[in-house]
Write a new protein. Structure first.
Length: 260
């Protein structure tokens, strides 16, 4: 014991240092573990902050959406209470372009929405998050918030707004809560509608991509001087046959490029 203490004192006097296991030069791995723990904690905090922002946006948008749903129901009830003469008078006023009297007062604008619709406000929120933070935030969202978000994403995809981003976010939510969503009637119908909407929009995007790729191949071939041209009458034409076009994206099935 005394010999050990003497050796320690001699090391200190000589300018050395006593290093416990995991500290100092030998403790580099310990500091590394501490740094890794800090990064994990920071990543977890970023996920929770992102999830809180999404939940806050959902709360604002759900409240505004519910107010408009209630307004539409009250307006429909008020229209049903009108007599045939009153309905005819309102239709005549619409034909003339006259202002109609409001049967039900519409909801007041929500300042938090920044003059956006609830769906576009949700899109603004998820766009503001970096990709990694967004994926982490979506993975920790509770089930109720995830179901509400999927409903908004389905609406956005149907409108063609940020289809790729909305589809990626929806798939993350389905991977996390898909089995639970399939067990309830409302969310099951929501999943079926989401699947139909995604297939339709992604099919249109695939058609556009196919047409663009075919156009690029055609331009490359023309520039290389290896494009084979067909002759129809006195005009040389090239038909882009491998572009998969849909009636909704382009109204004509094949494009003909005339070469002069």
């Amino acid at each position: 014991m005394r010999e050990r203490d003497s050796a320690a004192d001699a090391a200190i006097v000589a300018g050395g240092s006593l290093e416990a296991p995991g500290i100092g030069a030998a403790g580099a791995p310990a500091r590394q573990h501490l740094g890794e723990s800090s990064s994990v904690v920071g990543s977890t905090l970023d996920r929770l902050k992102g999830a809180d922002r999404i939940i806050e946006a959902l709360t604002i948008c759900s409240k505004a959406r519910d107010e408009w749903i209630e307004y539409e129901q009250d307006l429909q009830a008020a229209l049903n209470d009108l007599t045939a003469e009153q309905l005819a008078s309102r239709e005549l006023a619409v034909t003339r372009g006259d202002a109609l009297t409001q049967l039900v007062e519409p909801p007041a604008p929500v300042p938090e929405l920044l003059k956006l619709t609830p769906a576009m406000f949700i899109l603004r929120c998820i766009r503001s998050l970096p990709r990694e933070e967004l994926e982490g935030a979506l993975s920790v969202l509770p089930f109720a918030a995830s179901a509400d978000l999927v409903a908004f994403l389905r609406h956005l995809i149907g409108r063609g707004a940020a289809v790729e981003l909305c589809c990626r976010a929806a798939m993350i939510l389905v991977q996390e809560h898909g089995p639970q969503m399939a067990q309830t009637a409302r969310t099951h119908r929501l999943l079926l509608g989401l699947s139909t909407t995604m297939k339709s929009r992604l099919g249109e995007l695939q058609a556009v991509i196919g047409f663009n790729l075919a156009s690029i191949r055609f331009l490359d071939a023309v520039m290389a001087g290896t494009q084979e041209l067909g002759t129809v009458g006195q005009q040389e034409v090239v038909t882009v046959a491998d572009a998969k076009l849909t009636a909704t994206s382009i109204k004509y099935g094949k494009r003909v490029v005339k070469m002069t």
